[in-house]
Design a protein around this ligand. Structure first.
Ligand SMILES: Cc1cc2nc3c(=O)[nH]c(=O)nc-3n(C[C@H](O)[C@H](O)[C@H](O)COP(=O)(O)O)c2cc1C
Length: 318
C-alpha cells in the first residue's frame, strides 16, 4: 500500500508525524518512534527565553554572543545533530518565540546542525489590550519573514486558531514564505484551584473531541492554499488520522496519544490507517486526501452558517 506523502517539500513514507514533546527530545524514544513507523519527528522547541538567558550570560562575561561563536544552547544543537544521525526519517526542529529579534540567528545554526525543516511555534497571547489584531498578525509575519531570510530549509508555522480570519492569515503566511501550516497550536489555558485560590497551570493531554476545530479549518483550506497542511491535536486512534486525511491534511501529527500509550502507539495508528484504506479498497492515500474537503463536498455550505442553524434547531429531535 502506497502511503507516501509530501510535507513542506519533504517526501515522507507515510503521513504520521510525531509532534514536539519530551518523547522527541530523547534519542531512545526517537528511535522507538521511528521503529514504530513515524515518518518524521518534530523536536521539542528551543524557546526564545532560553536563548536570551544564554545571550545574557555571554554579554555579562564579555564573551562574543552565542550566534558568533556558534555554541548557543548547545544541548539543542547537539540534539538536532544526534537525532539526525540516529534516524533515517526527517528531523524537524522547533523554535518557539514571540519577537523577530536576536534568537532568529539560531534558525541558521539549527539548519547547519542538519535539521531538515523548521517549525515555528509563535506562542503569543496578546494580553496588551492596546494591541490591534493587525499588529498581532504582523508579529507572526515579521518572525516568519526573518526566519525565511535566515534559512533555506522549509519552514512551517504552528498556527493559532484565534485569528479573526484564519483563512486570510493562512494566505498571508503563505505569501510571507511559509512552506507548511500546522493546525493548530494547543494553548495551555489556566485553571483555578478553589481550595488554595491559586492558578493551576497543569498540562492536560488532548482528547479526540478536540479534532473538530482543526478539522473544520483543514476542510476549508485544503486545495485552496499552496502550502502543506498538517493536522495537529486530538489524534487518539486511526479514526482521527483518517478523518484528518479525508478533509485534506498532508500529514497528521500526534503527541498526547504517544505520551499516554508509549511510542509504539505510532504502529497502532499506522496499522489502523492501512486497515481502513484496505477495507475501502484504496491502495494509496492519494484518492483519500481531501475527499471530504469543502471544495469536494456536494454541499460546501454544510461547513458554514446554514448548517449551524440546522444543527441548533435540530437538537433533541433525534
Ligand atoms: C508534554 C508536552 C510537551 C510539549 N512540548 C512542545 C514543544 O516543545 N513545542 C511545541 O511546539 N509543542 C509542544 N507540545 C504540543 C504538542 O506538540 C502538540 O501540538 C499538542 O500536544 C497537540 O497535539 P496532541 O493532541 O496530539 O497532543 C507539547 C505537548 C505536550 C503534551
Amino acid at each position: 500500500m502506497d502511503l507516501t506523502t509530501r510535507y513542506m517539500g519533504l517526501r515522507l513514507k507515510n503521513p504520521l508525524v510525531a509532534s514536539a514533546s519530551p518523547l522527541t527530545g530523547k534519542l531512545d524514544s526517537i528511535r522507538l518512534l521511528e521503529d514504530a513507523g513515524a515518518a518524521a519527528l518534530i523536536l521539542p522547541s528551543l524557546f526564545q527565553e532560553e536563548l536570551e538567558a544564554e545571550g545574557a550570560r555571554y554579554a555579562t562575561s564579555n564573551v562574543p554572543s552565542p550566534a558568533d561563536y556558534k555554541v548557543g544552547p548547545r544541548h539543542y544543537l547537539e540534539l538536532v545533530r544526534r537525532a539526525g544521525r540516529a534516524v533515517d526519517v526527517p528531523v524537524i526542529a522547533s523554535l518557539n518565540g514571540v519577537t523577530n529579534e536576536g534568537w532568529i540567528s539560531y534558525a541558521k545554526l539549527i539548519e547547519e546542525a542538519g535539521a531538515k525543516g523548521l517549525e515555528l511555534n509563535i506562542y503569543f497571547i496578546p494580553a496588551d489590550l492596546a494591541m490591534t489584531g493587525q499588529a498581532a498578525e504582523r508579529r507572526y509575519l515579521d518572525i516568519l519573514r526573518s526566519v525565511r531570510t535566515a534559512v533555506s530549509i522549509p519552514v512551517a508555522i504552528k498556527l493559532s486558531p484565534y485569528f479573526s480570519s484564519v483563512g486570510n492569515m493562512a494566505l498571508a503566511l503563505q505569501d510571507a514564505g511559509a512552506d507548511a501550516l500546522v493546525l493548530f497550536n494547543r494553548f495551555y489555558q489556566p485553571d483555578l484551584d478553589l481550595a488554595q485560590l491559586r492558578l493551576l497551570m497543569n498540562l492536560t493531554l488532548s482528547d479526540p473531541g478536540e479534532i473538530r476545530l482543526p478539522l473544520l479549518w483543514l476542510a476549508i483550506l485544503a486545495g485552496r492554499v499552496k502550502v502543506s497542511l498538517a493536522a495537529s491535536t486530538g489524534v487518539a486512534s486511526a479514526d482521527e488520522v483518517v478523518k484528518y486525511l479525508l478533509v485534506g491534511a498532508d500529514v497528521v501529527m500526534t503527541t498526547s496519544a504517544l505520551l499516554r500509550h508509549g511510542p509504539g502507539h505510532m504502529a497502532v495508528l499506522l496499522d489502523g490507517l492501512r486497515n481502513w484504506l484496505a477495507s475501502r479498497d484504496f491502495d494509496s492515500l492519494e484518492p483519500v486526501r481531501g475527499l471530504m474537503s469543502q471544495r469536494k463536498l456536494k454541499d460546501p455550505q454544510a461547513l458554514e452558517r446554514a448548517n449551524y442553524i440546522e444543527i441548533l434547531q435540530g437538537y433533541g429531535q433525534g
